[in-house]
Design a protein around this ligand. Structure first.
Ligand code: GRG
Length: 289
């Protein structure tokens, strides 16, 4: 796991050169290279390995996915969205570079990510590249992350407490990026449609589990542990699993999902994916969950 994270970190550092105008490149690089867990790029590389591909062929795509994730974090932290002053244990992008540059850095990451996939994926056929880019663009736009974010904001403003709406938010804000990571890795390895469907299913369950886990930690964890402000969901009347079902019920649902995720992962003998879930369970236990 650590080797994969190092590989991703090294590539991210190389891909994000500081050029003129420096402010925008520095702002792009700032959030991307802060110490996140790198779950999504690692999932992408591991899915590629599982289906017999060469991980190095998936490295540009894995890094592009981390850039898309960082973009969503930068924009999510803006005062017009979640208004958060901290991310990954440090001041949020707009707190360091100002709102205008933070908006532009997010936009720049969003367009640099597919550019990187096209320019650096030397061994991929045009057909594979198109498949990967289709998954990427679906995830980044109004069919993916943006849909999740818009419904999240709407439900908070209108005080909506509806399980189907919550499911929609989790699917698009969180599971879609996991879906992109696993499916893109599998596509690069040349996996067949059955395998892609299984990655889709794994991402949906894993994404839902991850968001419930994140919501529980927001309630029971600390700033030091999370690297961002905690307790905000409750204070802002946000629609979350915990606000809808309470802590105990959320933990029960999470354990069911964890077991379903383990069942799928076990089929592929993936120590890396298993470690990601094990680490989540350990963190919950450490925080009294
Ligand atoms: C894609 C154009 C475009 C816009 C984005 C702002 C927005 C629309 C979406 C918000 C998505 C968001 C912030 C979802 C939260 C998902 C989540 C639980 C993030 C935390 O993930 P971790 O814990 O973070 O993996 P690290 O820092 O470890 O990478």
């Amino acid at each position: 796991m650590n080797k994969l994270i190092e590989k991703v970190d090294k590539a991210l550092d190389e891909y994000l050169e500081i050029k003129y105008p420096e402010d925008i490149f520095k702002s792009m690089k700032y959030t991307v290279t802060l110490p996140g867990k790198r779950l999504r790029p690692v999932m992408c590389l591991e899915a590629c390995r599982i289906f017999g591909g060469n991980m190095d062929d998936a490295l540009p795509t894995a890094c592009a996915i981390e850039m898309l994730h960082a973009q969503s974090l930068i924009h999510d932290d803006l005062p017009c969205m979640d208004n958060d002053d901290f991310r990954r244990g440090k001041p949020s992008n707009h707190k360091v570079f100002g709102e205008a540059v933070a908006v532009l850095a997010g936009d720049a990451l969003l367009s640099y990510a597919p550019q990187l996939i096209i320019e650096k994926s030397k061994n991929l056929s045009s057909e594979t590249l198109i498949k990967v880019l289709l998954e990427f663009t679906k995830t980044a736009g109004a069919y993916g992350l943006i849909a999740g974010q818009v419904v999240d904001i709407e439900s908070e403003n209108k005080g909506i407490k509806n399980p189907e709406v919550l499911d929609f938010i989790h699917t698009h804000k969180t599971a879609d990026l996991f879906r992109l990571s696993l499916k893109a890795g599998a596509i690069i390895a040349g996996a067949d449609n059955n395998a892609l469907d299984e990655m889709d299913n794994l991402a949906q369950k894993f994404g839902l589990a991850f968001q419930i886990y994140d919501d529980i930690l927001d309630e029971i964890s600390s700033f030091e542990e999370m690297g961002k402000t905690v307790g905000k969901d409750k204070n802002s009347n946000k629609l979350t699993y915990v606000s809808l079902y309470g802590l105990e019920e959320s933990e029960k649902k999470l354990n069911i999902l964890f077991n379903e995720v383990y069942d799928i992962i076990n089929k592929y003998n993936s120590d890396i994916l298993k470690t990601i879930v094990d680490n989540m369970k350990k963190k919950l236990e450490k925080n009294g969950g």
